[in-house]
Design a protein around this ligand. Sequence first.
Ligand code: GSH
Length: 372
Amino acid sequence: MTTYKLCSLTRNLTRFPITNYNTVNKSINFRYFASQIPKSKPSTLKLGLKGVALGTLLGTGYSGYLFFTDTSAKDHLVHQKRGPEYLDTLPNVRITKRIVNENDKSGLELILFQFQTCPFCCKVRAFLDFNGISYSIVEVDAVLRQDIKWSKSKKVPTLLAKTKDGRYVQLSDSSTIISVISSYLIDKRQDIGELVKLYPAISYFDDNGKKAFDIMNKYFLMFGDHKPKDSKDVMNDERKWRAWADSHLVHLISPNVYRTKDEALETFEWFSDVGEWGVHFPQWERNLMVYGGAFAMWAIAKRLKKRYDLDDVRVSIYDACNSWIDAIEKKKTTFIGGNEPNLADLAVFGVLSSMEGCQAFKDVCENTKIGK
Ligand SMILES: N[C@@H](CCC(=O)N[C@@H](CS)C(=O)NCC(=O)O)C(=O)O
């Protein structure tokens, strides 16, 4: 912006009534330029200088205006960094479930704040369960969300992990949670409280010009001194499919499971069963979650269908599942990760498992090879 303004100012100056421009050895300077103005036309100079002053004033004003309205003028503020939050004590919340794996040697103490059927939460649980890690669950009321009120970010999944100094570090964003814990599992002598610092949230301006934060390296693992067991290509492929699960597959879930009012209600009844809402919440709150949630999500699903440009939502999810299957068949392996599932396999499994009790899940299993 500044550069452009200087250029245009220079251009304006050289375009000034320079009848003598060619006769001043092309080394134009203001004093010389002023002396060349015929005395009989003082008003032209005055007028010109006023024009320059006015132009500068307008330019400055316009820059100021842009600063507050145009995001490109704020580029120097784009890369703000936000580190993790630490809590000295646990927030006053009810642990609703504890998943215990007797053979857990991770040394981790984790509390997962979740909605049982949120695809991002399912993804985290698929990862923790596959790795045999024990954890506690706080089932959050999806409508009132009291149990997440202590947190700046109201999103789930949110994970609290006990650090070496006895505090709790907060991890938000499902893929970051998975990458941080995977990095920790590479060398369990590390302090998870320190590892999280390697995944800062960085600010950017989204398509609507609104400032947002994202964890840019969320698909990367930290190996420290350890040599990765996989080649660069294999790791790139894993990251690619993990990102696909977050940026594509997951957006097909809501439009499918809340496709009609009946499907939305059936889905919420199932949520209530698996999330044990009848046990964890009073009847009125459970009903509010089921009926309020079903109606709200049916309405939102219609908007999402438009936003992601989905014509027939079932066809879109069949296509996505088929792309995933094709990629595995091309590799001639059981999983994208080869003979063992990698983080991409767990992400896709987790996302799809979020709709297990829904009609959409049955349809996907019947109409694609994903069930196998
Ligand atoms: N990028 C996040 C997305 C999490 C997310 O959007 N969670 C939803 C539940 S499925 C949520 O909490 N939405 C509430 C909100 O946006 O306020 C992740 O991967 O964890």
